[in-house]
Design a protein around this ligand. Structure first.
Ligand code: GLN
Length: 278
């Protein structure tokens, strides 16, 4: 039976998909924007449009992230292309970028500070830094060649120069590479955390380092000394109950000015410190 735009959107509610999500999916199917949908509620859908809308609706109802279905996610004003090869950038990670930009702002004596984003995924953090701070020289790493393909495509689309290196954490880089600032949002969910089930559409390696949620964070902290210039900053995102452990490890490893920042929900979300070469 031929349906109108409005009737198809009304069906979305019945399968438990929120109205905004349904509108964004419909807009994508029709190649229109939300304003158009509202003005054209009584327009009939073709059979193909209806089938294609219902297919994406079913996928959304089954828990697939909206960003994978629309193929896009906004991160600090950047329209990033995302798909199942990378983690969907989270709003709380924007706070890590804000902090990184503050640290870069404070570097006034170096024309082109060297920055690395470890485990870049879609490239969100590295690209947000590179766009805001074009004088910085930004390198992004990832162990996943698929993720690097996504990051490279995003850099190309945004016209942002980004050097990409494949490998796990610091091992992606030349032994001699040294940075003024290192940032990372590594996998930090414990392998047996019940949370993971709900995140089954995203790459597991981007979410969990395995059994212990802290292992990637600790590996990054342990290896940092060999790649940070004296006075450089290391800033990492972590889970809601990991701040104390991360601060402890940073201090034990020789970082000073160690602190934690909260996200917009008030959760301790990022920790970092300044490297005092040893
Ligand atoms: N913040 C993500 C979540 O809890 C996890 C991202 C990560 O492991 N780096 O959904």
């Amino acid at each position: 039976m031929m349906q109108t735009v409005a009737a198809a959107l009304a069906c979305a509610r019945e399968v438990g998909v929120p109205r905004l999500d349904a509108q964004l999916l419909m807009a994508r199917v029709l190649g229109r924007d939300r304003a158009w949908l509202i003005a054209h509620g009584e327009d009939p859908l073709t059979a193909e449009e209806q089938a294609s809308f219902e297919a994406t609706l079913d996928r959304r109802a089954a828990g697939e992230p909206l960003a994978y279905l629309t193929g896009e996610r906004d991160f600090r004003g950047l329209a990033l292309r995302v798909d199942g090869r990378v983690l969907v950038p989270r709003p709380e990670t924007e706070g890590l970028v804000d902090w990184a930009l503050e640290r870069l702002d404070a570097i006034t004596d170096i024309a082109h500070p060297d920055v690395v984003d470890l485990g870049t995924g879609s490239g969100a953090i590295a690209l947000a830094i590179a766009v805001t701070c074009p004088h910085a020289s930004v390198i992004a790493t990832d162990a996943s060649p698929d993720a690097l393909d996504v990051a490279a495509a995003n850099a190309l689309r945004l016209g942002v120069p980004l050097r990409l290196c494949r490998g796990s954490w610091w091992s992606a880089l030349d032994g001699s590479a040294r940075f003024h600032l290192a940032v990372s949002n590594p996998p930090y969910i414990a392998g047996d955390d019940a949370h993971l089930a709900a995140l089954g559409h995203e790459p597991r390696m981007a979410l969990t380092p395995g059994t212990d949620g802290l292992s990637a964070l600790f590996e990054i902290i342990e290896g940092a000394g060999a790649h940070l210039l004296d006075g450089a900053w290391l800033l990492v995102e972590h889970g809601h109950d990991q701040a104390q452990d991360v601060r402890g490890r940073l201090s034990a490893r020789g970082f000073v000015e160690v602190e934690t920042r909260r996200d917009l929900a008030g959760i301790e979300r990022c920790s970092g410190g300044r490297w005092r070469g040893r």
